[in-house]
Design a protein around this ligand. Structure first.
Ligand SMILES: C[S@@+](CC[C@H](N)C(=O)[O-])C[C@H]1O[C@@H](n2cnc3c(N)ncnc32)[C@H](O)[C@@H]1O
Length: 255
């Protein structure tokens, strides 16, 4: 990764098992890795897989946006009314906003594919148990999940840009295969990317990924306010699963 400078301390947010970052390849350039994820085992797998010496890595098992999935599930099981659900999400968000994040200053933070995950389980839980709720109620919940993503992104970015000098941020811009029309638009995007017509990507009216578009708005606002500088931007196709491909947007940022 050309972004990293020799001797950097590098924090990876949403590190998981680091299947998308070759820690072993980066090791000669990095003084120390700090891995942050709510899944401790996945990070330990990464350390073993890439053979990272213990003194060169710190594991921070932290839920960076802690909203109780169990409590939401209980409420959905009892088909509680929509006002109660919305109130619950608001209260939980307030709590999550105030939870401290690791107090670690580093040179570089990598944050790839995390924004879309922060409220994804909550949204899926509601989707599975949506039956008792009507159209207006479902729309209200959709809006609530978008608002939660906005809150989560603001919190993470605020923390991230006050704890590092440089960052690499990547989020899902569009997803292949949601339906036939969207698939076609994604193929168009892929063609634009392959032929280097990057400037035309944003002209394609494609369905955006929840979490990703909130991240984009928040980064744009911070850029306009002079809080961050954008050093480089690029797109890539991410083959997350065979049946699930994403168009990813990346930004290299100085703060
Ligand atoms: C799409 S994965 C990123 C890919 C990951 N780097 C890998 O290669 O496995 C998102 C990661 O974010 C983590 N994550 C999701 N929500 C989180 C939260 N609230 N707090 C901390 N980590 C979270 C997941 O556990 C997962 O490892």
């Amino acid at each position: 990764m050309e972004e990293i400078e020799i001797g950097d301390t590098v924090l990876i947010l949403g590190a998981g098992s680091c299947s998308d970052i070759d820690l072993h390849e980066l090791l000669p350039y990095v003084e120390k890795f700090l891995l942050v994820d709510k899944e401790k085992e996945a990070m330990e797998e990464a350390i073993a897989y890439y053979q990272i010496p213990k003194e060169r890595v710190e594991v921070l098992c932290t839920n960076v946006w802690d909203i109780s999935e169990e409590l939401l599930e209980q409420k959905l099981e009892s088909s509680c009314d929509i006002a109660d659900l919305l109130n619950f999400l608001q209260e939980q968000a307030k709590k999550a906003m105030n939870q401290p994040l690791p107090d670690k200053k580093v040179d570089f933070i990598v944050n790839i594919g995390l924004y879309s995950q922060l409220n994804a389980t909550l949204a899926s839980l509601f989707y599975l148990k949506r039956e008792p709720y009507g159209k207006t109620e479902r729309e209200a919940m959709q809006k609530a999940f978008s608002w939660l993503n906005q809150q989560a992104v603001e919190k993470l970015n605020q923390w991230m840009f006050s704890h590092c000098k440089r960052a690499l941020v990547g989020y899902e811009y569009a997803v292949f295969g949601a339906d036939k029309k969207e698939e076609e638009k994604c193929r168009q995007l892929e063609m634009l990317l392959k032929t280097g017509q990057i400037e035309n990507v944003s002209l394609t009216q494609v369905a955006r990924v929840e979490g990703g578009w909130q991240a984009e708005g928040d980064l744009a606002r911070r850029y306009r306010q002079g809080e961050i500088s954008l050093l480089r931007d690029y797109y890539a196709i991410w083959n997350f699963l065979k049946e699930k491909q994403y168009v990813m947007q990346f930004y290299r940022i100085a703060c």
